[in-house]
Design a protein around this ligand. Sequence first.
Ligand code: HEC
Length: 196
Amino acid sequence: MRKFFLGFVIAVFVVLGAGFLCVRFGLMDPRADIPVNSFERRIAMPSLDAAVDRRAPEVRNPVQPTNANLIAGMKVYQTNCASCHGDIHRPHGTLADALYPRAPQFVEDAPDMPENQNFYIIQHGIRLSGMPAWKQVLNEREMWQVTGFLSHMDKLPPQVSDAWKAVAGSSPNENSSSGASRMDMKDKNSMKMPMQ
Ligand code: HEC
């Protein structure tokens, strides 16, 4: 019995040690644009759901889903979230396949988690993923507004979806952020010109 126990302890240390060496000496692939491993997907997703379910306080969204609040939430979303999570013109966000784990595409598959859990994720972000902790940038009301917007994304009143179409730009290749970065490039080039 003692021998069996000793063998078991040694086996555990060998497995842990091998795992540590793989991570420490660079055998893990660091790239974000490789296919998501199905083992990781099967383990990580239920683990994240369970962790958020355990931690997110049972609070209700204090912001009513009026058109004005949904439009405010939409603007927060379009400015901060659309590049990763998609928008009305680009249901598959420009960074959708550039992250590991991939960002869920909310227009293609509407978020169905309870609002308190979405709020918790938006507030605190998700470690080891591209999902930032938005409480560093957004105030509490804005985070509830965008949470309400997510819950209504697949059933927006026409006034809100029309406003979204207008804010997201008129064509799939035109949005305010890429427009701005193109402008920046041009500005930088034109600033450099006289010095060359
Ligand atoms: C830089 C990319 C990026 C940006 C910007 C971003 N997210 Fe995320 N988000 C992610 C990734 C990646 C995940 C998935 C993480 C995982 O599965 O571990 C995620 C997950 C989420 C989830 C959990 C969804 C679920 O079903 O598990 C919510 C809710 C969410 N994001 C909301 C937002 C909101 C709201 C914003 C803007 C205020 C935002 N995200 C901005 C990358 C991003």
